[in-house]
Design a protein around this ligand. Sequence first.
Ligand SMILES: [Cu+2]
Length: 402
Amino acid sequence: MGIQMKNTKKTLSSVNIFAKRFVSSIIAISSFLFAFNAYANFGLNTSNGYNMPRGVTEMSHQIYDLHMIIFYVCVAIGIGVFGVMGYSMYKHRKSKGSKAANFHENIKVEIIWTIIPLIILIIIAIPATKVLIEREDVSKADINIKVTGSQWKWRYEYMDSDAKGISFFSNLDKRSREQLQTSIDTGVSPSYENYLVNVDNRLIVPTGVKIRFLITASDVIHSWWVPDFGVKQDAIPGFVNATWAIIPPGKEGVYRGECAELCGKDHAYMPVVVEAVSQEEFTRWVGEFHNAKKDAQKNANKEWTEKDLMTAGEQAYGSYCAACHQATGKGIEGIFPSVVDSAMVIGDKKELAMQILNGKGAMSAFRDQLDDAQIAAVMQFLRNGFNKVGDITQPSEVKAWR
Ligand SMILES: [Cu+2]
């Protein structure tokens, strides 16, 4: 009996030591994580991989701060609840001879545990509502940009003053597309730094003004997401959703995002790239864009050489067609038809042009996306690169068919 007593005592004291060590290591690990988190996040605009990014706009900072306040409230509640639980279990453990109390329906306790969470919720709701109302206030915008999601690219249209009439599509860049194909063919991992996060045409926006983004879609639901702006808005066919951002002067740079709504086969391949530039730089870009458009119109009227058409056609095919018809031109059996030996491709020129202009079935219309020269070039590449028709298609012909 004496020996048994001694053993029990020994076991108890080792449990005690274990519990103390356990609790202190939990506290040590948590404080390290908090310190690390605080160190990694404050004053930085990028994500450390453990938390959401703080972003560059005033709004994204507010969202981040709100997120942190609520995170710490949750931590405090967690420590409180689990602390009381752990303490009670340890203090009133069975081995110490504690007997479980048998009571229920304590009005006082029930009122307390209803009132306290209610107060906490109200305290949280005040800053959350404030941020939410500000987030939704799309009034008094300086410039408007319409963003249309479609499988699997973005279209940007500028709606105001000098920039009015500027519109272009933004596709996954050619290099990513090529590396994707190589990695599928050979199993070699892509080494390109901006693999799958680069586009051919970036959205250019000025800093220091309120930009209203009018967001919609032309086929299925997409979502335009730029974490650094605190912007994530569903793009829904038939609806125009609005959101906004003010990028502070001095924060010029490249900001990246993704389509954040599962939208089909190439959902992962429709990145968003926004380049914020100063006001002067923006004005210069607008002028350049209009000039380039005039040049493109001139190009459509001139007579092209076969070689120039093929070169331009190969490039346009890589950017606009390869996502579905593949770099090989063979398509994907049962989904995307092959353009090699295709009756459609080698048949009547006008019919092929009409299909590219207007789309058909799953294929979208390229009327707004490609100019006459690009369509003629793609046709040249389809008919004489992948196939051997032996003819030439001039931009002026496409112009007449439009
Ligand atoms: Cu999408």
